[in-house]
Design a binder for this molecule. Structure first.
Ligand SMILES: Nc1ncnc2c1ncn2[C@@H]1O[C@H](COP(=O)(O)OP(=O)(O)OP(=O)(O)O)[C@@H](O)[C@H]1O
Ligand SMILES: [Mg+2]
Length: 269
């Protein structure tokens, strides 16, 4: 691909918290313009840290990109403040669907509106309600009291209010019922296709992620251990073992343990 076809290039980044805790060790990920890329990995692998490095939110947690770089639309952004990065069209939907609980659903959406580049707040709201008709129904309800799925829709809707070019989505399926997950992912796919929004999707639900994104990266303890088309990853024995649970023999091993175990087995035979 030509360089300009990538909206985001994470180039070999190293990330530290509090100057000493090394969490990401040489992570490289590319997101094509208008594409969806999935980032898979177990708990604590560094997925959220990767997204925070891109959005700049890392700095609010005393984290820093200490090596490598993050190229977005031809510009290095890894030393920029989160507010500057947000104005460039990158929005992160953080994990755990944090709504402003005391505000109504619509007030929550309006929070994202000041970052939009075109149109009125009302037009932007109409666009959000077009994709999330449920939110229109709940617009005057207090966000803290709507269902988990509706809260997740609210935070994705709030991201959409900013008129983003790139959305960093952190575990949108977490804790939701299968039917709702399906509904939310349908909308996300539509937003990608119709609004041409590029998406970097972090998911622990690998099956879901590999169905939505055509290409994925697998992260383990701060490193990318594999990246390939989702079709190929679905066929990969280690991915099947650990992430898809297709050959589950009981205890859930780490991805690396699965690999080591296989290597050992090969060596023994
Ligand atoms: N603010 C912080 N200060 C120090 N260490 C942190 C901080 N945030 C995360 N870490 C550490 O960095 C590592 C990666 O965390 P991160 O949240 O990026 O993982 P993750 O892949 O998103 O995990 P999960 O699936 O649980 O959300 C973990 O070991 C975590 O303890
Ligand atoms: Mg996380």
């Amino acid at each position: 691909m030509e360089a300009q076809e990538w909206i985001l290039e994470i180039q070999n980044i190293e990330v530290r918290y509090h100057e000493v805790i090394l969490v990401l060790k040489g992570v490289s990920i590319k997101v094509p313009r208008g594409g969806i890329i999935a980032l898979l990995g177990a708990n604590g692998a560094g997925k959220s840290t990767t997204l925070k490095a891109v959005s700049g939110l890392l700095k609010t947690e005393d984290g820093e990109v200490t090596d490598g770089g993050i190229l977005y639309e031809g510009e290095y952004i890894h030393h920029e403040r989160a507010s500057v990065i947000a104005r460039k069209g990158i929005v992160q939907v953080i994990e755990g669907r944090r709504v402003f609980e005391h505000l109504t659903v619509e007030e929550n959406l309006k929070v994202g509106a000041h970052l939009r580049k075109t149109g009125t707040v009302k037009e932007r709201l109409e666009l959000v309600y077009h994709y999330f008709p449920r939110l229109k129904e709940k617009r005057n309800e207090i966000a803290g009291f709507v269902s988990g799925g509706e809260q997740q829709m609210t935070v994705v809707g709030r991201a959409l209010m900013t008129e983003p070019k790139l959305v960093l989505l952190d575990e949108p399926s977490m804790g939701l019922a299968p039917k709702l997950i399906h509904e939310i992912f349908n909308i996300i796919t539509k937003l990608n296709k119709e609004q041409k929004i590029s998406i970097l999707l972090v998911e622990q639900n690998a099956k879901l992620a590999l169905n939505v994104a055509p290409y994925a990266y697998v992260m383990e303890t701060g490193r990318i251990v594999m990246d390939d088309t989702s079709e190929k990853l679905k066929q990969n024995e280690d991915i099947k073992d650990f992430y898809l649970g297709l050959t589950d023999k009981g205890s859930r091993k780490s991805f690396r343990e699965v690999k080591h175990y296989k290597r050992r087995k090969r060596w023994l035979t």
